[in-house]
Design a protein around this ligand. Structure first.
Ligand code: PLP
Length: 372
């Protein structure tokens, strides 16, 4: 049985008539850049995230750049972050001329290890940028306590975590600014690039609104040097069709995770592989279902590929070891937990429309690999 890592065909087919009608509305009104569909979407997203403001932009990567720009991060500043994430988490920092300062991750959740942050804080630390990796919030209670104690702003990279919660509060509504992505593989995916920011702060919202349109509050009068980073009306229209379904999709992802867990335990495989660890006070939204395979990860992956089962590795090279960040002077061994994760993690199919029989095929194949 063929089991892709992600298959959007079923989801899109079901919504096609609604999506076509929504695209037609944009054609009829010429609202191609931002426009009324995006304005409505921003209101709906603010409500969904439980934040005062949601501000759409051109991508999740831009959202992080804009957030750091709004906090005046620039040359000479340090931003504390994780080396175990997607590239954009860190490129946003270096693009502004600031220096990323890496802190290693927790071995079980793969999220930033908050206990290791304080020793890295210096007078130059301008922001802390945690990533809610794979859809599970970092320990925001501990992080916000640190942020308050030192007066350092937190920018949440919530690109993988729309709708994720910790103590009942949603990702993006806790730190100074939250950053989200509409990349098609995210839980709320557009049909192209897109992203948005959240904040509860009036002044930051005003600045972000200016920064995404070349830093102007009034057309042709530029208060800042901003970006051109706006969401298309077509994306706004598509995302408004999809947003009402997001809760259902998230619940399906969570149900798929529960089903994997009991299947892996029933088959005695939870000794061979590490299952995702979910903290008790969180709502994990499973953007990715990532297992740890201590020894033969690449062999298992090749075996599954042969069986028609899609997998991926998030992430094979931790960011402190990327060639382009060589000038920062990190070397192998500096972030041992991240380096171990890069050798051991494997993402399995978890998308909402995944069928129980497809999950059985995944678990059967892994059982076969281990001779069960
Ligand atoms: C996807 C992602 C981004 C970037 O989002 P884009 O919309 O692809 O630019 C940033 N950070 C993390 C953790 C992501 O997963």
């Amino acid at each position: 049985m063929n089991v892709p890592l992600l298959d959007l065909k079923e989801q899109n087919a079901a919504l096609r008539p609604e999506i076509e009608a929504a695209l037609g509305r944009v054609l009829d009104t010429n609202g191609f850049i931002l426009g009324s569909e995006v304005a409505e979407l921003e209101c709906e997203l603010a409500g969904y995230c439980g934040a005062k403001y949601a501000i759409a932009c051109a991508s999740g990567s831009d959202a992080i750049v804009l957030a750091l720009m709004a906090l005046d991060v620039g040359p000479g500043d340090e931003v504390i972050t994780t080396p175990y994430s997607f590239f954009a988490t860190v490129s946003a920092i270096t693009r502004l001329g600031a220096t990323p300062v890496f802190v290693d991750i927790e071995p079980d959740t793969h999220n930033l290890d908050i206990a290791k942050i304080e020793e890295k804080i210096t007078p130059k630390t301008k922001a802390i940028e945690p990533v809610h990796l794979f859809g599970q919030c970092v320990d925001m209670d501990a992080l916000m306590a640190l942020s308050d104690a030192h007066g350092i702003a937190v920018v949440e990279d919530a690109a993988q975590a729309i709708g994720a919660e910790i103590n009942g509060v949603r990702a993006g509504a806790i730190g100074a600014i939250g950053c989200f992505s509409f990349y098609p593989s995210k839980n709320l995916g557009g049909m192209g690039d897109g992203g948005f920011l959240t904040t509860n702060d009036d002044a930051l919202a005003k600045k972000l609104l200016a920064l995404r349109v070349h830093g102007s509050e009034e057309r042709y009068y530029h208060k800042y040097v901003g970006l051109n980073s706006r969401l298309d009306g077509f994306q706004g229209a598509v995302l408004r069709v999809k947003l009402p379904h997001l809760e259902g999709w998230t619940e399906s992802r969570r149900a798929n995770s529960d089903r994997y867990r009991s299947m892996f335990i029933d088959r005695g495989l939870s000794e061979e592989i590490g299952l995702p660890v979910e903290r008790t006070n969180v709502r994990h939204i499973y953007n990715q279902y990532v297992i740890s395979v201590p020894n033969r990860r690449d062999k298992l992956r090749a075996f599954l590929t042969e069986k028609g089962i899609g997998t991926d590795i998030y992430y094979p090279v931790p960011l402190h070891l990327q060639e382009c960040f060589g000038y920062l002077g990190y070397k192998e061994g500096d972030m041992p937990v991240s380096e171990k994760a890069a050798r051991e993690t494997l993402a399995l199919p978890i998308f909402p429309e995944l069928k129980p029989e497809q999950q059985t095929a995944v678990v059967d194949a892994i059982a076969e690999f281990y001779g069960r």
